[in-house]
Ligand binder design. Structure first.
Ligand SMILES: Nc1ncnc2c1ncn2[C@@H]1O[C@H](COP(=O)(O)OP(=O)(O)OP(=O)(O)O)[C@@H](O)[C@H]1O
Length: 240
């Protein structure tokens, strides 16, 4: 007895003698359906990438370069109650708001995460993330280690956490000194904090070494992480 579901058998032309479209048509007929041109891999979801690491390891340097080499990423601008410093631009470096405005934002649940850092509030506006993810952009958040721990609690595995480190403690301190932005007292605080902070790498998904003079390699690695994340079979699903 014949099987009704089985397609009619058609002779498959000789591969070397037939033209390609003829061969394709015969294969389709033999298999009982035409070959779809729809993508086999789903369109990847926008990612939230959290970049953190101890003071002076080069987070800003990595992010600045990433901004130059990669499209479709939105680098979130943090809101802060700290007064604007000379040279800073509102909406570019930070969104500068008063303490009262900041606290109203907290009350209205407009911030994904916020903290009091050295006496000033800093927080991540949710709306900015929603808006850019809606347009298909990946989102980069640059936060300190504590901020990353808070975001891990909030976002769990729905975001990608990257820990940036220098190649050694010596290199990290050297870089911090070279930047010439800290007072002697602040240097001590930052170094002591950084020593503690390097122990937190285990809470992250990836560690990227930003070795001296090797900024390009560090940025390439961050890009590779993003590319690999886009190729995941089970994508991370984030909802803010
Ligand atoms: N791969 C590198 N090689 C040499 N110098 C670097 C490298 N990466 C960053 N730097 C320099 O190290 C100093 C610290 O870098 P950066 O300000 O980016 O650190 P950061 O992690 O953002 O620090 P913080 O958390 O204190 O803001 C800067 O002067 C920067 O130009």
């Amino acid at each position: 007895m014949g099987d009704a579901r089985r397609p009619a058998s058609v002779p498959i032309p000789d591969i070397n003698k037939s033209d390609r479209s003829e061969l394709l048509r015969a294969l389709e007929t033999s298999l009982g359906s035409s070959f779809s041109t729809a993508p086999l891999a789903p369109q990847p979801n926008p990612l939230i990438i959290v970049i953190s690491g101890p003071s002076g390891v080069g987070k800003d340097a990595v992010i600045k370069r990433l901004r130059e080499v990669r499209d479709n990423i939105h680098f979130v601008v943090t809101a802060t109650s700290r007064p604007m410093r000379p040279g800073e631009v509102d909406g570019k470096d930070y969104y500068f708001v008063s303490k009262d405005e900041f606290l109203s934002m907290v009350e209205r649940d407009e911030l994904l995460e916020h903290a009091l850092v050295y006496g000033d509030y800093k927080g991540i506006p949710k709306q900015q993330i929603r808006e850019f993810m809606g347009k298909g952009y990946d989102i980069v958040l640059r936060v300190d280690i504590q901020g990353a721990a808070t975001l891990r609690r909030i976002l769990g595995d729905s975001a990608v956490f990257i820990f940036v480190v220098a190649e050694s403690e010596y290199a990290m301190v050297n870089r911090l000194i070279g930047r010439k932005t800290e007072t002697r007292e602040m240097l001590l605080v930052r170094i002591a904090t950084a020593r503690e902070e390097v122990k937190h790498a285990g809470n992250f998904d990836y560690v990227v070494v930003n070795a001296d003079g090797q900024l390009e390699s560090a940025v390439k690695l961050v890009e590779s992480v993003i590319d690999a994340e886009k190729a995941r079979v089970s994508p991370r699903n984030v909802s803010i």
